[in-house]
Design a protein around this ligand. Structure first.
Ligand code: FPP
Length: 279
């Protein structure tokens, strides 16, 4: 199968990129740090919230493209634990925007067989947001297509602390004096339990940071940073990132490009226990 069988190019640039794309070697999980909404707005002398609105449009197009390419999993970093430090009006707007997004997009997400998941400390989110998230996760719980994971009130270190505390609780409750955690046990207690680790991490707006995002899971991810601000991250820019990913030689600390190196150490090999994504 060719990439153009999955996706009709809208212009010459897309056609050329699709030509270079090998659909058999697409990443299993793309994670994106969507950055630059504020700067996009600032450059246009618009309020920051206009940048966030434009950011939603970019997210919509990326989701649509990933579904068409049949990617198994896409994670978007929408709101970090640190984002509470922003002006209260901006935080309130982001929460409203998310609820608006869920209300408007859920029918089409469901129709496209997408499974909607959220990771992060959900208990600290406003009640209305929590209710809408629960509803969206319930509606799409049995969908078998792409998993769309939105990281909300998320922090990588907080996720690890939550995982360790969950393990300690399990030890205490069951009096397991000899308990030892290996890498698989830790993976199984993360919010992302049951999902493949991201093999491609994209960050927009040029910052060379991982910003406390999926710290454990990106151990072997290829990192792609583009200068493009998130609202300008078009379909062609995503295809470019995928083409770039396919040029990389993935060695997982070994000498060849075989996946078995990683499987041996990060435990992707077999039997990852599927767990519900926790909040
Ligand atoms: C970064 O821009 C983006 C965010 C803080 C997250 C908000 C993301 C969206 C609104 C995209 C929509 C996504 C979904 C799934 C609804 P920034 O404000 O940090 O930009 P700056 O660094 O230029 O200030």
């Amino acid at each position: 199968m060719k990439a153009t069988d999955l996706l009709k190019p809208a212009n010459r640039e897309e056609a050329e990129l699709l030509e270079k794309l090998d659909v058999k070697r697409l990443p299993q999980h793309v994670a994106i740090i969507m950055d630059g909404n504020g700067r996009w707005a600032q450059r246009r002398h618009l309020p920051r919230i206009a940048g966030h609105r434009a950011g939603v449009k970019a997210a919509r197009q990326v989701i649509e493209t990933c579904v068409q390419l049949q990617l198994p999993c896409l994670t978007l970093y929408a709101f970090s634990l640190e984002n509470w430090r922003r002006p209260q009006a901006e935080v309130a707007f982001l929460m409203r925007l998310l609820r608006e997004y869920l209300k408007r997009e859920m029918p089409s997400i469901h129709k496209n067989n997408i499974r909607f998941l959220v990771i992060g400390r959900l208990a600290q989110l406003p009640e209305g947001v929590r209710k809408d998230i629960d509803e969206a996760m319930r509606l799409t719980a049995h969908n078998t297509g792409m998993k769309l994971v939105v990281a909300l009130n998320y922090g990588g270190r907080a996720e690890l602390a939550d995982a360790f505390n969950a393990m300690l609780e399990h030890v205490r409750e069951n009096g397991l004096a000899a308990f030892r955690a290996d890498e698989q046990t830790i993976s199984n207690h993360l919010y992302t339990a049951g999902l493949p680790d991201p093999d491609l991490l994209i960050r927009t707006s040029g910052e060379m940071r991982v910003s406390n995002f999926l710290l454990w899971q990106i151990a072997y991810a290829e990192i792609y940073v583009t200068e493009e601000l998130w609202p300008d991250f078009s379909r062609a820019r995503l295809l470019e990132a995928l083409v770039d990913f396919q040029k990389r030689e993935r060695r997982y600390g070994g000498l060849g490009s075989s996946r078995s190196h990683a499987a041996a150490v990060d435990g992707e090999a077999a039997g990852r226990r599927a767990q519900p994504v926790r909040g």
